[in-house]
Ligand binder design. Sequence first.
Ligand code: F6R
Length: 256
Amino acid sequence: MTFTIRVFNTPHDAGIYVASLAEFVIMNKRNPVLGLATGQTPVPFYESLVRLYECGLDLSHVTTINLDEYVGLSAEHPQSYFHFMKSNLFSKTNLSSSCTFVPNGASANLVEECLRYDEILKNYPIDLQILGIGINGHIGFNEPSDTLIAKTHVVELRHETIKSNARFFDSEDQVPKQAITMGIQSILQAKKIVLMAFGTEKSKIIEQVVIGNVSTTIPASILQFHPDVMVILDQDGATDLLKNTDYLDANHLKIK
Ligand code: F6R
């Protein structure tokens, strides 16, 4: 068990902290590679990273590799993850467009697209992987299942994921049913992983991930096998975990 836990008052405070972790990697690696997530959780992190850029942090030598993309949405679609990345980060910094990778969900050949993405992951080993988590424990779009798939693949999104992500679309019907996602092996190969979770709706799954059994039905629990994972929470996201004070003390988890 190697999770280091930090509980912040607000997602905003957490975002500033995670941006400073990213800055450390960016400043200390010759060719830094960040693995990036989309969704609501990392928004405060991107805001802080953009702020750091505005304050002088150079990102021109940084490579970014995103976890996932909806199948069937072109890069221009307002709900595509590429569009999210462009609005929240790419267009606001000096990241080079030739070094920002997002799976192409509109590819006519998804098998080839998955292979292309694995080749990118092979060429650019990830130094720092940013993760959010689904309420069902998914990371990237590696959904609960009997088997966790190692490499980049096309996944059928689970009903709870479609329902949860409907908040970004006009209606649930519009949420794509499939996505391309980086596989579990690629995530675990990152040198350092930062898992962020905010809000009461993430509190129970975070407790299960951090102190529960490792199971393919909770994909994020496999992070227990990684040697360097930070779990970054706000007070609401930490509620259930922090009830386990005996367990946490016994395992020397660092809180706050
Ligand atoms: C998105 C991704 C997903 C999200 C997760 C949580 O790139 O990889 O695993 O991190 O679905 O989404 P939010 O942050 O919107 O609650």
